[in-house]
Design a binder for this molecule. Sequence first.
Ligand code: SF4
Ligand code: SF4
Length: 473
Amino acid sequence: MYRVDSSKAEEFIHHGEITASLAYAAENAGNRPLLESILRKAEEGRGLTHREALLLLDTRDEELTERMFALARRIKEHIYGNRIVMFAPLYLSNYCVNGCVYCPYHLKNKHIPRRKLTQEEIRREVTALQDMGHKRLALEAGEDPRNNPLEYILESIDTIYSIRHRNGAIRRVNVNIAATTVENYRRLRDAGIGTYILFQETYDKAAYEALHPTGPKSDYAYHTEAMDRAMQGGIDDVGIGVLFGLTDCRYDFTGLLMHAEHLEAVYGVGPHTISVPRICPADDIDTAAFPNAVSDELFRRIVAVLRIAVPYTGMIVSTRESQRSREQVLELGISQISGGSRTGVGGYAAGEEEASHASAQFDVSDTRTLDQIVGWLVGLGYIPSFCTACYREGRTGDRFMQLAKQGKIADCCSPNALMTLKEYLTDYASEATRRAGEELIARELLRLPNERVREITARRLKAIAEGERDFRF
Ligand code: SF4
Ligand code: SF4
């Protein structure tokens, strides 16, 4: 039976409810009055149910589609303003005991060199990341209790937070590691992590079991219930996602929203972020084996409808996506992107030329440097933001959601974006990016609606130019 507040994976991600929703969407694809009423509800900015969202995703009515895209743009602008938060992944280890058929780190792949960073190597990676200008990382590691035990992850987090190179500092470490126990989530929380990220890959149990034939990750229920254990362990910012293209993306789209509804129903707070990766090439992975690959057009619709359905959840795209594709989805709802990423172990200290391609988890489509990405965002009128303020100010979980729901989070995001961009421009940017960025800051400062915030921000921008760092609202 479908129960949104059940503790059992197969009840809150209920196969029957998903297939009934898919059938309902197919039956009502031409039901214009119903679609109109869903759009009207969406315009109130309080989100949609998974069924309503699926109907919007499926509509082929051009006029309704245009209205849907326009609404996604408006919601994004209203809640997040025009800042785009920057982060970088840091791969600690590609040892993995699982058999995920779409990932080159799977146990049986003998082509790739296996590698795990020592604490000294982590120092070198983090120094390189700080010298690029990054302040926010997402730690990535395969599942391997012998090579990558939790103690190794915790020690690595300590190392990362302790490094100060020139004006650099990593101020927020998000963690993407395998599903674990409540006790281990408590230890991660105590280590001061930002968001705990775990992708479901697919919510379709039969497909999940076929795609994960061996290893601890093959347990669908344990994996699907991981976010419940994370919340019980005191982590209140969790990031979910699927790998679109593994199976029917409409099934996974529905499951993703049901997962968000479940977390909201049980813990009073939905996911902090949703990531939207698509299947792409990598070593030992034959993408032709995945006939459900998602087209650019469908990808845009997915992003826009998610933006409308869960307005207060940040949305992330990585460098898997090309510059063109990222540009298209930024305006429709994406609020966070990675930049200058290396997706292999040890890729940052190895430098531009030798990017550890042989051990990359996936091929990077957007290969630009962080400076180029910052310059590009500025050119498009976005404020690239290195802000990490919320979790450091205790604005996590429901405290964050309350502010977001009152439409107040942008009051913090915009000045914080300007101040952290100023730090970036002062410490790391090329001359061209610096000039364009300074012009943007001057313009955007005048647009801050609150006079007092504007004055304080102006003073702090001056202090940053004179050498002070790390201001935040
Ligand atoms: Fe291991 Fe994760 Fe890759 Fe699966 S997706 S093989 S768990 S690193
Ligand atoms: Fe993110 Fe909070 Fe900073 Fe806004 S103020 S960019 S929500 S950390």
